[in-house]
Design a protein around this ligand. Structure first.
Ligand code: ZN
Length: 139
């Protein structure tokens, strides 16, 4: 298992490889995503990298019409809204991500608890290319 530092930078390195990684406490088993160098549950400092299954459920969501700059550059605006949500991962942690393939024009059709699977979005060119975390309803 990798012994890379448990930092956000390494988390995004893994994301670029299409891996959603977290840290798991060797003492109590608590999983943190993004990773933490120590355990928030038991204050233990022995943690290891663990890859998430990519399965989860929608815990909360909002449809964004006034997009931040990065999302405007990605093609979203007042007329092209997008959904961002909180995903409860099968392993326990919650993480925010863009939610794809939901009807953003009819947000009332988006249901809390919807089973989701991981998706990866590539944005940017060349050195600016980055992978962004997203989820979509399970097929
Ligand atoms: Zn712990």
């Amino acid at each position: 298992m990798s012994e890379k530092p448990f930092t956000g930078a390494v988390f995004y390195e893994y994301l670029n490889e299409h891996k959603l990684m977290g840290s798991r406490c060797k003492t109590c088993g608590e999983v943190h995503v993004p990773p933490r160098p120590g355990c928030a549950a038991c204050a233990g400092s022995a943690v290891e990298w663990v890859e998430m299954s990519g399965q989860g459920a929608l815990a909360a969501y909002t449809v964004i019409h006034i997009a931040p700059t990065a999302m405007i550059e990605a093609g979203y605006d007042r007329n092209t809204p997008y959904c961002t949500g909180v995903v409860a991962l099968a392993e326990g942690p919650r993480i925010s991500a863009q939610i794809l393939d939901v009807d953003v024009r009819h947000p009332e059709t988006i249901e809390i608890g919807t089973p989701l699977e991981i998706a990866f979005i590539e944005r940017g060119e060349g050195a600016a290319r980055r992978t962004y975390l997203a989820f979509r309803p399970e097929k």
